[in-house]
Design a protein around this ligand. Structure first.
Ligand code: FRU
Ligand code: MG
Ligand code: CA
Length: 588
């Protein structure tokens, strides 16, 4: 008896001991590394590249990009060295919000082509070793979706497919008053009156984008069927649009509190990040996990604590990652860009991220201005280098690899509903058209985007200088730099190594990637707008070697003649404005 107790006791001590050792080892390696027994998942192996299909390549000359236009440029995607291609919405849509208003989730919009074209596209990308991720827009459909028409007519099960509410009251002109003060993301009340139904419906975005009702079981099932439909067609996962808005508070009479400093501003406590949203995401994750290696990346602009909830935890995983928009937000223009800001923004994600999860870094997308215009042309390479070489998945918006710039769009040419609703005097502060103009492929007819003579948005006049073909032929270019860095990223150090931050201040940013038994690399960025000679030893958080070996530098560098392999001194590293360099540290 006694002995067996002692034996059991010793066993428990041993067992607890082993657990402690395992936990300590794992956490002292990389908090950010998801340790998959079966090796890294595809999204951990390289970048995500966002294709905005209207603007990538036009195969039929109508001036709007399409699926066969993407096929035509699949070499470019392959040569970039990215792993995953995310396509912004390609589904049947009245295009009020350019595809983010879907009228049939299981059909391709004719402007983009046919289902056969889609299958060709998937086959072509897969043949090139690339993965395909679709944009899943679950929060809202188009008001022209048959679900909405039927819901408006109170047809059977469809009656509650959307978020309907009675008028709170009627004013003296007998105009119905919305049930609460909730606002649309695009401005104005989020409630639209339906004369047909005699009720309001809720829309977080345009009135043409009614929110689906996720408290309805049929809706939940319909959307799961959408996911299964595309997974069965062989797609590799989804980018989930506007997920924080999925569910609203059940009580539609609740007003959101106004901000004490700015009464125009609401605290979105009833319309964002609701607990039920995470339950739905959990069901979607379970669904995609029934397939082999599928990714869920979700779009959430929120406070960091809220964003992190979308990762879930070890026992209940949700998204593989919520997009990290903090770089976009913190580095909004050059005056906000300094070494501390970069370091803090990167640490913010790494520090808040739940244990064992996988980071990601977003520099641009279809909703935010171009990097070159926000932060400076000279910063393009350095920032691409930073996101490509940090631990985690870099996300690149099409055109950023060649440093495309915002395009001036006249009021007459403005297409984005967010711009249009602000009118001729203010559209430029809100329009997303400047970052959505056609991809610049070459210096020929219509920048190689289309054979036609018109494009849905004008082509940037700078296409003769800034285009893919020119950058392919140049010895030094943004494109060459991007490709080179994605190659370097394949080294073990970047796949598994830890990250540390030796020196950063107002004008300098740097990080080291290191892995036992492999070379260590030091990335340095001069974030200043002037050329400088930097002493990295000054104020360094730990000791750095005296010299290192040049691996690669920005295409704007004066050090163009400093070939890779040449020696540089860390106490006097000369960098032009915005320059980034990658150095290999000596093995001690
Ligand atoms: C990001 C976005 C926008 C679109 C909206 C609604 O918030 O992708 O581009 O207008 O979601 O789907
Ligand atoms: Mg076309
Ligand atoms: Ca919603």
């Amino acid at each position: 008896m006694q002995r067996s107790y002692m034996f059991a006791g010793a066993f428990v001590v041993l067992f607890v001991g082993i657990i402690v050792i395992v936990v300590v080892c794992v956490s002292s390696m990389n908090g950010w590394k998801e340790h998959n027994a079966d090796g890294p998942k595809f999204w951990e192996q390289g970048g995500v590249y966002q294709v905005y299909p209207r603007s990538f390549g036009d195969s039929d000359g109508d001036g709007t990009g399409d699926l066969m236009g993407v096929v035509a440029h699949s070499d470019h995607l392959k040569d970039l060295g990215v792993v995953t291609v995310w396509l912004s919405p390609i589904f049947k849509s009245p295009m009020k919000d350019f595809g983010y208003d879907i009228s049939n989730y299981m059909a391709i919009d004719p402007i983009f082509g046919t289902m056969d074209d889609f299958e060709r596209l998937v086959a072509s990308l897969h043949r090139n070793g690339l993965k395909v991720v679709l944009d899943f827009v679950p929060n809202h459909s188009s008001n022209l979706h048959e679900w909405f028409t039927k819901s408006e007519a109170r047809e059977g099960n469809y009656t509650d497919y959307y978020v309907w509410a009675e008028a709170k009251d009627y004013d003296k002109n007998n105009t119905p008053i919305p049930p609460n003060n909730w606002m649309s993301e695009f401005g104005g009340s989020a409630w639209e009156w339906s004369g047909i139904r005699g009720q309001f419906y809720y829309h977080q975005f345009l009135a043409e984008q009614p929110d689906l009702n996720y408290r309805n079981e049929h809706v939940k099932e319909e959307m799961k069927n959408v996911l299964r439909f595309w997974l069965d067609k062989g797609v590799d996962g989804f980018r989930v649009d506007a997920v924080k808005y999925l569910v609203e508070a059940q009580d539609l009479n609740l007003d959101e509190p106004t901000d004490s400093d700015n009464p125009e501003l609401l605290h979105h406590i009833f319309t964002t990040n609701q607990p039920e949203t995470f339950q739905i995401l959990r069901e979607w994750r379970e669904l995609v996990d029934k397939y082999h290696e599928k990714v869920l990346m979700v779009e959430v602009y929120s406070e960091v604590e809220d964003v992190m909830k979308y990762y879930g935890n070890q026992s209940v995983p949700l998204a593989h990652f919520p997009f990290n928009f903090f770089m976009l937000e913190a580095l909004n223009n050059r005056s906000t860009l300094n070494g501390y800001a970069l370091k803090d923004t990167i640490s913010l994600w790494l520090d808040y991220m739940p244990e064992g999860k996988w980071p990601n870094w977003v520099l641009g997308n279809h909703d935010n201005g171009r990097v070159a215009s926000r932060l400076g042309k000279d910063m393009v390479d350095a920032l691409n280098m930073v996101v490509l070489l940090l631990p985690g998945t870099p996300v690149t918006y099409n055109g950023e690899e060649i440093g495309m710039e915002n395009t001036f769009i006249s009021w007459e040419d403005t297409r984005d509903p967010e711009g249009c609703r602000w009118g001729p005097d203010h559209y430029q502060e809100h329009s997303r058209d400047p970052e959505r103009t056609p991809m610049q492929w070459n210096d020929g007819h219509m920048a190689g985007f289309t054979n036609g003579n018109n494009t849905w948005l004008p082509i940037n006049a700078n296409y003769q200088e800034i285009n893919v073909a020119a950058q392919k032929n140049a010895t030094h270019s943004h494109l060459k730099f991007y490709q080179h860095v994605t190659e370097i990223r394949q080294e073990e150090t970047f796949k598994k190594g830890k990250v540390t931050f030796p020196t950063y201040d107002d004008s300098t940013f740097s990080f080291i990637r290191s892995l036992e038994g492999h070379p260590s690399y030091l990335a340095v960025v001069n974030v200043a707008t002037v050329n400088r000679t930097v002493n990295l030893h000054l104020g360094a958080n730990f000791q750095l070697p005296d010299k290192a070996e040049m691996v690669i530098h920005s295409s704007t560098s004066v050090a163009k003649e400093t070939p890779s392999g040449s020696t540089v001194f860390l106490d006097s590293l000369t960098l032009v404005a915005g320059e980034g360099v990658l150095l290999k540290l000596p093995e001690d």
